[in-house]
Design a protein around this ligand. Structure first.
Ligand SMILES: O=C(O)CCC(=O)C(=O)O
Ligand SMILES: [Fe+2]
Length: 392
């Protein structure tokens, strides 16, 4: 019988987080064993095997933590060298060549976004990047796109030719598909950790079951519209980047404090240059360096929403060092609810006894259950009466 859980979302207060530069030595997430998970334990063909259950138990522990964990032994690790070779070759190209796939020419929001064009919390982010999403055909029906503007997100990516940047399309699409599969497997493992039925959570990711709730038959005809995004990112050094002068030469904001808006983020951070930081529940910023053989995973805001705050979306940022010796690169894959799905939080009453106990223990360790975060709570939660794609 399902235990009765009374777990509800803890309160969150926004405050200016404490910083390592204020004196104390910065702690590293890599030093906490609870935040290291071994994906090779997960047997996709047999989620109830003892090895899979071991994985599920370690995931449950991470799920009541600060929203980040290291995931060791995924198939992404063996693709890492090819991916980082591609990323450094891409950003070494002259700006004019990178601009041939400028995002401004894609109504699907794919392609290159040059240095300084992006902002977080109204401040310039010191990075440039390429955005990708599923390689699909565009929706041509203009009326349908007007009724459901999120359909503009569907379409092809922009890639450089092999002559200009060898393996661009192949390497990115291979990483994308592999990351998507890991995200799907993790979602199944999260269902087991929560103790809910198979599909209770993944239905929002696949869009299989929740789309036929409104009366636009043309939209229904498109079927489920799963979605994900991926970015290859550079945090460059130097006062002038591609001829663009930094607005604020003293700024170190690679990307400002934020919570990812979607489902799970699978991140491959630079091995050479640090800068990724996650905020713990007391507001302290921890460094999250790359650990060989792993990727970094964090929970996005829709997982927090669907689990009633049992799982917290990770507050994080990248601190840049413009006067450093080397540019920093990272590769981020963001899984997302399907665009035409309607999100509806799970019933906390159906969560497993183990999960509720783990959550209560974790909560008791916090300062009176209160979570300090530099980002307001739920600033990107989807609305219940709109399909996910509508939310901005
Ligand atoms: O570059 C990184 O390490 C993190 C990037 C990130 O948090 C984001 O793009 O949402
Ligand atoms: Fe992020």
């Amino acid at each position: 019988m399902a235990p009765t859980a009374t777990a509800t979302a803890p309160t969150t207060s926004a405050s200016s987080g404490k910083n390592a530069s204020s004196g104390s030595t910065q702690q590293s997430l890599s030093s906490f064993s609870d935040y290291h998970l071994d994906y090779s334990l997960w047997d996709a063909a047999n989620p109830t095997s003892s090895s899979s259950q071991q994985f599920v138990a370690s995931l449950r522990q991470a799920m009541v933590g600060i929203g980040f964990f290291y995931l060791h032994n995924t198939p992404l690790s063996e693709k890492r060298d090819a991916m980082f070779s591609l990323v450094s070759r891409f950003f070494a190209l002259p700006l004019e060549q990178r601009m041939t796939i400028d995002m401004d020419q894609s109504r699907h929001f794919r392609g290159y976004c040059k240095f300084g064009d992006e902002r977080t919390q109204s401040k310039q982010d010191l990075r440039d990047q390429v955005d990708y999403a599923p390689e699909v055909e565009a929706v041509e029906d203009e009326g349908l796109r007007e009724r459901h503007p999120f359909l503009n997100l569907y379409g092809p990516n922009q890639f450089l030719s092999d002559e200009v940047c060898q393996g661009h399309k192949e390497t990115v699409l291979d990483w994308f598909a592999t990351a998507e599969e890991v995200s799907n497997q993790l979602t199944r493992a999260i269902e087991l950790s929560l103790g809910v039925e198979e599909g209770d959570l993944s239905q929002f990711l696949t869009g299989e079951t929740r789309m036929k709730q409104r009366d636009d038959h043309e939209l229904d005809k498109l079927g489920p519209l799963p979605y994900a995004r991926m970015k290859t990112i550079r945090y460059p050094t130097g006062d002038v980047v591609d001829g663009i002068t930094r607005l604020d030469s003293s700024s170190t904001q690679g990307v400002g404090a934020h919570k990812d808006s979607g489902w799970l983020t699978l991140l491959a951070p630079s091995a050479e240059v640090g800068g990724l930081e996650g905020q713990d529940f007391s507001g302290e910023w921890l460094s999250i360096p790359h650990v060989d053989g792993s990727i970094v995973v964090n929970f996005g805001q829709q997982v927090e929403f669907l689990t009633n705050g049992i799982v917290q979306a990770a507050t994080h940022r990248v601190v840049s060092n413009p006067s450093g010796k080397q540019d920093r690169y990272s590769v981020a894959f963001f899984s997302s609810p399907a665009m035409n799905t309607y999100l509806q939080p799970l019933d906390s009453g159906s969560f497993s006894k183990e999960l509720v106990e783990a959550w209560k223990k974790a909560e008791a360790k916090r300062n009176a259950g209160e979570i300090v975060s530099d980002v307001p709570k739920g600033d990107l939660f989807a609305k219940a009466d709109e399909p996910f794609g509508w939310h901005d």
